[in-house]
Write a protein that binds this ligand. Structure first.
Ligand code: FPP
Length: 231
């Protein structure tokens, strides 16, 4: 089975920079550039959806200067990537509490989201001010204010209140930087995703690393709680 939806925790920008005697911001800058390269490789390998964890609800606790640089990079990224996304039929989306973002970043994002809304070759979703628990709380609050029926809730109905209910669940989650954690990412959607952790820091994660992750996925036996087809 090919990977249709790839989710990525892009970790290790800070360590990548420290190893080189650079600032953490330089690491994030290199990390932002890497997204475009990985999108290109993912498209080449037939992936249709890619969701990246760019800023968590917890990341607001980082030093103000680092948060400011990340927000600038998000704005710059949306503007710089736009011509490429139009050329390559890539749609940009976001998930998360994006109204928390500063106006400049939000304006650039909204423009790119609007301009690419009809592109349907590949969808890049950026998780911004995102937390898996926050998403479920936001979904429940939305449901409490909108739901008319008092029938027992089903998983399919609950899903409709999530940030992007139309995206398929990720087949594969890649985490760079070596930590073995989910870190509050896509808690609902990752239920049956395969996990792949690599020690490679995000700014170094390239086409060959992606290929290795996808190859590892293709050799796995996904059972979704049932029994293997192979037996
Ligand atoms: C983790 O590195 C990475 C992040 C906090 C966010 C990822 C951000 C980018 C790739 C750049 C900006 C994003 C966009 C969409 C333009 P870390 O600082 O936790 O690394 P460390 O674990 O080595 O300290």
């Amino acid at each position: 089975m090919p990977v249709e939806h790839l989710a990525i925790i892009m970790d290790g920008n800070g360590r990548w920079a420290t190893e080189r005697g650079l600032s953490r911001s330089d690491g994030h800058r290199a990390g932002a550039k890497q997204i475009a390269r990985v999108v290109e490789a993912a498209r080449e390998f037939g992936v249709k959806y890619m969701t990246v964890y760019a800023f968590s609800t917890e990341n607001w606790k980082r030093p103000q200067d680092e948060v400011r640089v990340l927000m600038e990079l998000i704005g710059e990224f949306s503007t710089r990537m736009l011509p490429d996304m139009m050329k390559n039929n890539v749609r940009l989306r976001t998930i998360g509490r994006t109204s928390d973002l500063p106006l400049l970043a939000r304006t650039a994002l909204l423009k790119a989201i609007d301009m690419t809304a009809k592109n349907d070759g590949f969808t890049l979703t950026i998780a911004l001010s995102y937390g898996g628990r926050a998403e479920m709380i936001d979904a429940m609050n939305k449901m409490l204010s909108e739901r008319k029926s008092d029938a027992p809730l089903t998983e399919d109905e609950f899903r409709n209140y999530l940030y992007a209910p139309d995206l398929p669940d990720p087949d594969l989650l890649i985490r760079t930087g070596g930590e073995m954690r989910i870190s509050n990412f896509l808690l609902w959607q990752l239920s049956y995703s395969e996990l792949y952790v690599t020690p490679v820091f995000w700014p170094d994660f390239d086409r060959e690393d992606l290929k290795a992750a996808l190859e590892s996925f293709s050799s796995r036996d996904r059972r979704f709680g049932g029994l293997s087809d192979k037996k």
